[in-house]
Design a protein around this ligand. Structure first.
Ligand code: SAM
Ligand code: SF4
Length: 333
């Protein structure tokens, strides 16, 4: 599948739910989003039907996200169904990790290959502050569970925010002794985080990924760990826009993702499906195309048409687009 700018689009990110067991200050309001009603949310069967049509059209990679995908009832069976869809090569998940201790093994057995675990701090108090209700230990045990279950690769995604003053080197060191791929993501001042109701962070909180690499390298060299050495994408089996590095002899890698400082729009390979059945051509744009009406009517030609329409409206880049009315928890990040 090519979009109107000639890019191959073969990756669908699916938000399974807008609900979450955490309330990260930059993602969700304290009392949760005004959750969608049961009828508004796609059923798992509807999601699976959309995936079948997408796979027929050439989509190969699926990522399940949310909200927190692991709070969606039936998620393990949904993974199995999508894994078994002809044409789908890889199914991945982005999760806060807290439910992995009880679910990682089943997810692996269902065919989930890779998992990205979001973790923005290694300080227990700061973790409570960011997530409003979470415990750092739960996510750390979730990372252990993912590795033990044999999920591969296991990536830890940390959003870097200047006001948080995170210990970046401590994160990078997670890659030393275990096959963990730590990725630093530039904070995006959109959704819940932007505007007067947000968490108070703004454009000044974005730290350029090049600075992150420099800071981590300098601190590591001061500790005798040596600099970060550039790696190719295969180092962490990437299929996204990250750039990878590693410490000499480390089992894992350290990557950076730069949605703000280096727009990777020219390499964009994805569409997004919201939990209420809207196809979004671009994370930063509120353009959406309804796929729930046709899938609910059993009109698979209509589903196809919605996918084509969304592809046809993928912007060339997001230089002129600065925000979104939807919260990250509703779009899937
Ligand atoms: N609950 C899951 C989790 O936390 O991984 C999946 C959904 S969450 C919306 C997906 C990702 O979006 C998380 O890694 C989160 O840190 C990221 N995210 C949310 N708001 C963001 C923002 N303003 N800038 C950068 N990343 C953001
Ligand atoms: Fe939940 Fe993930 Fe948003 Fe945090 S970032 S509130 S874990 S959806």
């Amino acid at each position: 599948m090519k979009d109107s700018h000639g890019r191959t689009i073969d990756y669908l990110r699916i938000s399974l739910t807008d609900r979450c067991n955490l309330r990260c200050i930059y993602c969700m309001p304290e009392d949760g989003v005004c959750s969608m009603s049961h009828e508004e949310i796609l059923t798992l069967e509807e999601i699976e039907a959309i995936v079948r049509v997408a796979a027929e059209l050439g989509f190969k990679h699926i990522r399940l996200t949310g909200g927190e995908p692991l709070v969606r009832k039936g998620v393990v069976d949904c993974v199995r169904e999508i894994v078994n869809t002809p044409g789908i090569e890889r199914v991945a998940m982005t999760t806060n990790g807290t439910l992995l201790p009880r679910m990682a093994k089943d997810l692996k057995e269902a065919g989930l290959s890779r998992v990205n675990i979001s973790l923005d701090t290694l300080d227990p108090d700061q973790f409570r502050f960011i997530t409003r209700r979470g415990e750092l230990a739960d996510t750390l045990v979730g990372i252990d569970a993912a590795l033990e279950a044999g999920l591969n690769p296991v990536k830890v995604n940390a959003v870097v925010v200047r006001s948080l003053n995170q210990d970046l080197l401590a994160f990078a060191k997670l890659s030393l002794d275990r096959p963990l791929h730590v990725r630093f993501i530039e904070y995006m001042p959109v959704g819940e985080s932007s505007g007067v109701d947000g968490c108070g962070w703004g454009p000044d909180d974005v730290i350029d990924s090049d600075d992150v690499v420099r800071i981590v390298s300098e601190q590591a060299e001061a500790e005798g760990l040596g600099p970060l050495i550039p790696q190719n994408e295969q180092a962490a089996e990437g299929w996204g826009p990250a750039r990878y590095f590693a410490f000499e002899g480390a089992q894992g890698t350290v990557g950076v993702i730069s949605p703000m400082s280096r727009h990777f729009c020219s390499e964009c390979n994805r569409l997004r499906l919201t939990a209420d059945g809207k196809l979004r051509p671009c994370l930063f744009s509120d353009l959406e195309y309804d796929v729930r009406t046709p899938v609910r009517a059993g009109d698979m030609e209509g589903v196809k048409a919605a996918i084509f329409e969304a592809l046809g409206h993928k912007p060339e880049d997001h230089f002129d687009i600065v925000g979104t009315d939807r919260k990250m928890s509703q779009i899937g990040g």
